[in-house]
Design a protein around this ligand. Structure first.
Ligand SMILES: [Ca+2]
Length: 142
């Protein structure tokens, strides 16, 4: 795990044939929450942003509008001179995994995901051939 700006994280995921994570359901959010809690308290970039349209949040990885939402109370607050255009998520002890709009040039950890139609061991074997210093998770049925 290492930290990167939103744009670096986006590029890193694409370089490795993946995409910056999207969260489209409570089930997916819960899955990530369980996994991220094992890593401790961190901030993680998602692909959510309003870079393409200042008035609407969307998932940059898929182009889809954000429908499922999980903001912290009071967020998105766009506090930094109207420049909080990217969505980070944090897993805190008692509040669970929630979202905050943050400046895209902040450096956070990030999560790449990949859709895969073959079995999970094939995917992990392929990723391990070319990706180092990364923990591979898999999820089924989202
Ligand atoms: Ca904010």
């Amino acid at each position: 795990m290492f930290q990167a700006t939103y744009f670096q994280a986006y590029q890193y995921c694409r370089y490795h044939g993946m995409q910056l994570v999207t969260i489209s359901s409570q089930a997916e959010n819960d899955f990530l929450e369980r996994e991220l809690e094992k890593l401790g308290k961190h901030s993680f970039w998602t692909s959510g942003s309003k870079l393409s349209d200042e008035n609407n949040w969307s998932w940059m990885s898929t182009g889809n509008p954000i429908t499922y939402i999980n903001w912290y109370p009071g967020e998105p607050n766009n506090v930094k001179d109207d420049k909080e255009d990217c969505i980070e998520m944090r897993s805190l002890d008692d509040k669970g995994l929630k979202w905050n709009d943050a400046g895209c040039s902040n450096r956070f950890n990030f999560i790449c995901e990949r859709f895969w139609s073959r079995n999970c061991s094939d995917l992990i074997a392929e990723l391990n051939k070319k990706v180092y210093n990364i923990k591979v998770y898999y999820k089924v049925g989202f």
